[in-house]
Design a protein around this ligand. Structure first.
Ligand code: ZN
Length: 379
């Protein structure tokens, strides 16, 4: 199994270096659009080799691209038309986003100790100092992580380089797990976790709820105004809110991992499968539920991210009826749960419990079933 991380390096470019990168990016964009036109005129050509034969010389001579850049342009255009073909949406693809992909060693390298990168431009390679978050520096310095491709991304003031690093790790073995932790996410508590001994951990969301309510109020005010400056402020507010939730989610994830490690030597975490929510979609303002969903999905991503580096397997189980099923007798009925008063009482056996904890237990028990099936399969 392979772990992949993307590290954002902030490049400290001099004015000359910025100009060189601007020109490189522009040439690359023009080359992409030129190549796209040629591919389109040839029936949406998606074969890399054929496309390269048609345009390579011109990309080198007329657009001034280095050999590797020219290859990257061809492969980007070829794959764009390949997916257009499979989606049956053939039209001329235009490349307006100014991004540039570098391959490690061929057109960029990282000198982690001195915190510089060497990256290709149209006429030569340039050496640029960078800043990186201190959490990310170990990835750059470690021998265990290998460099993959990098993407040059223009920012408001200059450039960032998004570097991917990879590392192979052993697949965690489910049958060796001695602790199993179910995690439920909710509005009242951000997360509730329970382990094999029914020990529980609550991560309160109440103070967050207040702060989120404040965000909602501010947003509504700005939306009502509708002026251009209000729109600008709205964008800033969304950014602040997302950073706030991201920070909280990191805290929750850390607590969950800690709780898991305290529960056993080889713990396993079970989550509801909420993967249908797409993290990459931009946040639609004004939709409160959606914002919560976004935060839930992000929490899952962060938990997985942290768990995998700790060698803790994470299982996904179906979220169906996890809040309605009695953890004791299995009786499933909507009225088992009193949502308003945050109480759960089974209509059949009258077992009572905090309603958020019910979800966590059911999720844990579903994970247990999966582990059991695994044991049978490997026996
Ligand atoms: Zn019951």
């Amino acid at each position: 199994m392979e772990l992949v991380r993307t590290l954002r390096l902030k490049l400290l470019v001099s004015p000359e270096q910025k100009q060189a990168l601007d020109m490189t990016l522009k040439a690359n964009r023009n080359a992409l659009n030129f190549t796209s036109k040629v591919a389109f005129q040839n029936g949406g050509l998606s074969a890399f080799k054929k496309l390269q034969q048609l345009v390579y010389k011109q990309l080198r001579e007329d657009f001034g691209l280095k050999s590797q850049m020219a290859c990257n342009v061809c492969s980007a255009v070829a794959s764009t038309y390949a997916s257009a073909k499979s989606n049956q949406r053939m039209k001329l693809a235009s490349f307006s986003h100014s991004k540039l992909v570098y391959s490690y060693n061929r057109d960029y390298t990282v000198q982690a100790n001195e915190q510089t990168v060497s990256i290709g431009t149209l006429d030569k390679r340039i050496k640029v100092p960078f800043l990186v978050g201190e959490n990310y520096l170990p990835y750059l310095l470690s021998q265990d992580w290998l460099f993959g491709s990098a993407e040059l991304v223009p920012t408001r003031k200059g450039y960032s380089l998004h570097v991917t690093v990879k590392r192979a790790i052993d697949e965690p073995n489910l049958t060796e797990c001695d602790a199993i932790i179910g995690v439920d996410r909710g509005m009242n508590f951000l997360a509730v976790a329970t382990n094999q001994d029914d020990k529980a951990m609550f991560f309160k969301g109440r103070s967050i709820k207040d702060k989120k309510a404040r965000f909602v109020r501010q947003r509504k005010d700005l939306q009502r105004k509708g002026t251009r400056s209000a729109k600008r402020k709205l964008k800033k507010l969304a950014g602040r809110e997302n950073r706030f939730m991201t920070d909280i989610n990191h805290q929750v994830a850390n607590e969950v991992i800690k709780f898991a490690k305290e529960s056993g030597n080889q713990p396993c975490i079970v989550l509801e499968d909420l993967t249908s929510i797409n993290l990459n979609t931009t946040v639609r303002s004004g939709n409160r539920y959606w914002r919560f969903s976004w935060a839930f999905a992000q929490l899952e991503t962060i938990i997985r991210y942290k768990a995998v580096t700790e060698g803790i397997p994470v299982l996904s189980v179906s979220p169906k009826f996890t809040s309605q099923k009695c953890p004791k007798c299995g009786h499933t009925e909507r009225t088992n749960r009193d949502k308003k008063n945050h109480r759960f009482e089974c209509r059949k056996c009258h077992y009572k419990l905090n309603d958020d904890l019910v979800g966590a237990r059911n999720i844990r028990d579903r994970g247990r079933e999966i582990r059991h099936e695994n044991e049978i399969a490997s026996a």
